[in-house]
Design a protein around this ligand. Structure first.
Ligand SMILES: NC(=O)c1ccc[n+]([C@@H]2O[C@H](COP(=O)([O-])OP(=O)(O)OC[C@H]3O[C@@H](n4cnc5c(N)ncnc54)[C@H](OP(=O)(O)O)[C@@H]3O)[C@@H](O)[C@H]2O)c1
Length: 436
């Protein structure tokens, strides 16, 4: 029997216990797994699963130190005590399964170094894309490829909000309130809507896809608070849909060339494979040589899908432990052995297309002045359209060709000073065909 200790019995922990207790028709190795202890904060809380007497405990240290437990499954969330308990469990020689992207994105190098020294695995399939298998494919099934880009919709809450705004023409604040009522958004939604959760996830995916460590703070990050129903409607008319994309692109193996790493709302051509990923679903498009493009999509969160990934990781470790000797060497395709940090391109150097909406005074020559400012900074325009005129304000929407972001920003700084410009209402990036 392989004894497992769970830290946390919330949404995902409960889902995992349900799978572990309902083995019929699933992998026969599940019969080899025993839930030895489950750590929680509040023993008096009603639970949706039944556990044997004495299994539930508030003493999480006793779980990570228990000599009989061989796998510790961290499903607490947050940075502490999750990080310390993971490190303590590793020090006691336990293998780790975790769904905690926040901890791995920030403390991955420290955790993997400790794990490699202790000869244990740290598996995290549930940390990105919930139930979608993406971690193991990047580590193993796509291992023969030179990865060129990973582009994902990896946050279900923001995808739900943008989908509702697109389909119902509703404003961001109204849809967010609805999402909170339906349980699709947290009471404190900052990590989702400010793009921080997506940034954690792309840091993890980039590290796996491009074979180097990634500093979480190197991920450029813009959330969806500034996306308005008006911009979504204009984008629709121009043939785009708006999605919060997490993007890592570069050339694997070429350490002199650096990675682009960013999260921001993006205008995506409607025919792009990710444009049809709607609601709380996630989608991740990986491009590699020689494979070409491969798309992973499905439920990116929720008790069942996330627990599916957690229990598969437990099974992976149990499979290895049950078929090998006392102290087997770590499988390099399942462990993490990166030493160097990836170089990251500053956002100013990004080459991309932009959409911008300007509120203008009714003065002659405004469009001409805009064009001149852009031209002076070598920003070439694909289209410039005056869309409406209301209360003495004209709306001008501009879409650029592929330009250097630094040049575009310099042009905007000058445009802001023009007499004819009341406000730069929004600036969004447009995914170019060269970027995927
Ligand atoms: N929910 C999802 O759909 C989803 C999807 C992908 C990844 N994840 C990740 O999975 C992890 C767990 O998420 P979740 O939604 O299951 O969280 P959750 O519902 O809030 O559950 C957290 C559990 O951990 C326990 N806990 C938290 N802090 C503790 C502490 N200091 N001491 C003792 N126990 C503590 C809680 O105990 P009590 O029950 O006593 O309060 C609860 O059982 C997170 O890292 C999250 O990012 C979640």
């Amino acid at each position: 029997m392989f004894k497992v200790g769970l830290l946390g019995l919330g949404t995902v922990g409960t889902g995992a216990v349900k799978i572990l207790q309902d083995r019929l028709g699933r992998n026969p190795l599940l019969a080899e797994i025993e839930i030895a202890k489950v750590g929680v904060r509040d023993l008096a809380k009603a639970r949706q699963v039944e556990l044997a007497a004495g299994v539930l405990t508030q003493d999480l240290d006793s779980i990570v130190a228990d000599p009989e437990i061989c796998i510790v499954v961290e499903l607490l969330g947050g940075l502490e005590p999750a990080r310390s308990l993971i490190l303590e469990a590793i020090a006691h020689g336990k293998h780790i399964v975790t769904a905690n992207k926040a901890v791995i994105a920030r403390y991955g190098p420290e955790i993997y170094e400790a794990a490699n020294q202790a000869g244990v695995y740290v598996l995290l399939e549930a940390a990105v894309g919930g139930g979608i298998p993406i971690i193991k494919p990047l580590k193993q099934s796509l291992g023969a490829n030179r990865i060129a880009s990973i582009v994902g919709i990896v946050n279900g809450t923001t995808n739900y909000i943008l989908t509702q705004m697109t389909q119902a023409g509703a404003e961001f604040a109204d849809v967010l309130a609805d999402a909170q009522r339906l349980g699709y958004a947290e009471a404190d939604p900052g990590a989702d809507i400010d793009g921080l959760d997506a940034a954690d996830k792309i840091a993890i995916l980039a590290s796996l896809g491009f074979g180097g460590r990634v500093k979480r703070e190197d991920v450029y990050c813009e959330g969806v608070r500034g996306v308005s129903a008006v911009d979504i409607a204009y984008a629709e008319r121009l043939g785009f849909t708006v999605k919060l994309l997490a993007i890592a692109s570069g050339q694997q193996g070429d350490l002199s060339e650096s990675l682009q790493l960013r999260v921001h709302p993006t205008l995506l051509p409607k025919e792009h494979p990710l444009a049809s990923i709607n609601g709380v679903n996630n989608g991740i498009l990986v491009s590699g040589d020689p494979l070409g493009e491969v798309m992973f999509s499905g439920p990116g969160a929720g008790a069942g899908p996330t627990a599916s990934a957690v229990v598969s990781d437990i099974l992976n470790i149990v499979g290895i432990l049950s078929s090998s000797d006392e102290n087997p060497a770590l499988d390099p395709l399942l462990s993490c052995v990166h030493q160097h940090y990836c170089q990251i391109t500053p956002i100013e150097e990004l080459q991309t297309r932009f959409y911008a909406r300007f509120l203008c005074r009714d003065l002659p020559g405004v469009i001409g002045h805009l064009g001149t400012c852009f031209g002076d900074h070598r920003v070439s325009l694909e289209s410039i359209v005056q869309i409406g005129f209301q209360n003495e304000t004209a709306e001008i929407v501009v879409v650029t060709h592929q330009v250097r972001e630094g040049n575009f920003r310099a042009a905007l700084a000058e445009i802001q000073k023009l007499e004819g410009i009341k406000a730069i209402a929004s600036v969004l990036r447009v995914l170019s065909s060269q970027e995927v």
